[in-house]
Design a protein around this ligand. Structure first.
Ligand code: TMP
Length: 196
């Protein structure tokens, strides 16, 4: 089983690329499981609703711990013992480093310890879709913003730059993709990285 994670701020085109890659892999007779974080188990979807509901006033520590509660459930129920050829993850633990670490200011070593505590399997390959915060917001301007999306431009600047930092520090695993490129061009880059 290979784990491939897709990271980036909102509106960068992760879901589109995950769908394209899933169809491509399935056409080649591979089995593929697509999971999103937070979510993809019954309990984790409940936690997702708490995290994204704008009416909930929750601290950054609560936010971090809820992300990891959802993640732990996902790992136990859908990642360990997953017998698909590929697991495609729409965000994973790097998102907690970017959003709760760089974005909200929680110490990174604390988050690294949580990653170790719940024994997150490491992705084989991670793609970071890089896009300016301005472009990201303009792509999503018709959507109603959830609680995290309402965190403001400077928060998202820190998250975007944090993601770049994470990707540069782990360049054996991460591939940074210019998310302003055409959909098919990005799909081809992804196939090339995965050697298909
Ligand atoms: P989305 O799946 O609709 O993009 O919403 C998930 C939101 O949760 C998104 O704003 C990113 C955020 N998030 C974190 O803040 N930390 C995390 O660890 C993860 C996985 C997501």
């Amino acid at each position: 089983m290979k784990i491939i994670s897709f990271e980036g701020i909102e509106g960068v085109g992760k879901s589109t690329q995950i769908n394209l890659l899933q169809s491509y892999l399935e056409k080649q007779d591979f089995t593929v499981d697509v999971l999103r974080e937070p979510g993809s188990t019954t309990s984790a979807e409940h936690i997702r609703e708490i995290l994204l509901n704008k009416e909930n006033d929750i601290s950054k520590e609560t936010e971090l711990l809820l992300m990891f509660a959802a993640r732990s459930d996902l790992i136990n129920k859908r990642i360990h013992n997953n017998d698909s050829d590929f697991v495609l993850l729409d965000r994973y633990y790097d998102a907690s480093i970017a959003y709760q670490g760089y974005g909200r200011g929680i110490p990174l070593d604390f988050i690294e310890n949580l990653i170790k505590l719940i024994q997150c399997p490491k992705p084989d390959v991670s793609f970071l879709f890089d896009l300016s915060v301005e472009d990201s917001f303009s792509r999503k301007k018709l959507d109603v913003k959830d609680r995290i999306e309402s965190s403001g431009n400077s928060f998202f600047e820190r998250v975007k730059n944090g993601y770049l930092e994470i990707a540069k520090n782990q360049n054996e695993r991460f591939h940074i993709i210019d998310a302003t490129k055409e959909i098919n061009e990005i799909h081809n880059i992804i196939k090339k990285v995965l050697e298909f």
